[in-house]
Design a binder for this molecule. Structure first.
Ligand SMILES: [Mn+2]
Length: 299
């Protein structure tokens, strides 16, 4: 499928309950402040701001799935909102929020399109479930949940369980993956292009392979972009920084190659933490990456 994007719906998730550190709930504001809506219009898209979903109060009842209830409720709202946008023929751009928002957004695209692939750009694996997670923080679980490795309750939005085939999942930029999580990832059948692979192969080759993985036999590719994939010197305002990450140029190259593939069907841009940022530079970077993923080119 070669997807031509015309109409865009921007949906914010003011939620930080999936992480131990607070503040990424303000991510949607930081990206909007960078002029996202105006810049989308400049690129000739018909872009509508669908506002933000606000997460409820913290819920300490389950230490293995911290804040499960408000996270699930916010994600159910997101699932419904994304589904509505897809039915209206719009391309959804989801502004996080912590990465647990991908549970709602990917469930919606996968159910709507029947079979989607995922490119998950992240310093972390986000492949824990309630048993394997050392912290119980739900932003470390969404990729496991949407591929059917639990927590099943995290993605139980509709009657039919429909998971993304692990064979169509590519993780790019991983460099902080805990031992139990690594084992689960290896056994799941997902494809992992770690930061080491980016070093050895170069981003162009890694993205070529990732697009092949996520695009093969699917209706299109859902990109879930955690800004902590980028090195903290360039992207200081993130929820969970990890040293020695992608350069800004590698991140833009990845975005441009995904745009060029014509296979992008939805996008999450997550984990921007304005409290830790410097004059909103990470918010501006996230905004520019969204534009590149949607086809803005340098020349
Ligand atoms: Mn993540």
């Amino acid at each position: 499928m070669n997807n031509t994007i015309e109409k865009i719906h921007v949906i914010g998730m003011q939620m930080d309950l999936g992480a131990s550190k607070r503040g990424v709930n303000m991510g949607p504001l930081a990206i909007r402040y960078s002029g996202l809506m105006e810049k989308l219009e400049e690129l000739s898209f018909s872009a509508s701001d669908k506002g933000d979903i606000l997460a409820g109060d913290p819920d300490p009842s389950n230490p293995k799935l911290k804040n499960f209830k408000p996270i699930f409720e916010a994600n159910r709202s997101l699932f419904e909102k994304v589904t509505t946008s897809l039915k209206e023929g719009a391309f959804p751009v989801i502004l996080g929020g912590d990465h647990s928002v991908a549970a709602g957004s990917i469930s919606a695209t996968n159910q709507f399109y029947k079979k989607v692939g995922i490119i998950w750009i992240d310093a972390h694996g986000d492949f824990n479930n309630e048993e394997s997670s050392p912290s119980g923080n739900m932003h470390g679980m969404p990729l496991s949940a949407v591929t059917g490795f639990g927590p099943a309750s995290m993605v139980a939005f509709s009657g039919s369980d429909q998971y993304v085939d692990p064979q169509n999942v590519a993780v790019v930029g991983g460099r902080d993956i805990d031992p139990g999580e690594r084992k689960r990832m290896a056994e799941s059948g997902i494809h992992v292009f770690s930061i080491h692979d980016v070093d050895r192969l170069g981003m162009a080759e890694v993205m070529k392979r990732a697009i092949e993985v996520a695009g093969n036999g699917t209706a299109g590719i859902h990109v879930s972009f955690d800004v902590d994939a980028i090195t903290p010197q360039e992207a200081p305002g993130v929820g969970t920084p990890v040293h020695s990450g992608l350069t800004v140029r590698e991140a833009f190259l990845a975005a441009e190659l995904i745009a060029e593939s014509g296979k992008l069907i939805a996008l999450d841009m997550v984990e921007i933490n304005p409290i830790l940022d410097e004059k909103n530079r990470t918010g501006i970077l996230a905004c520019e990456l969204i534009l590149s993923l949607l086809g803005k080119s340098v020349y």
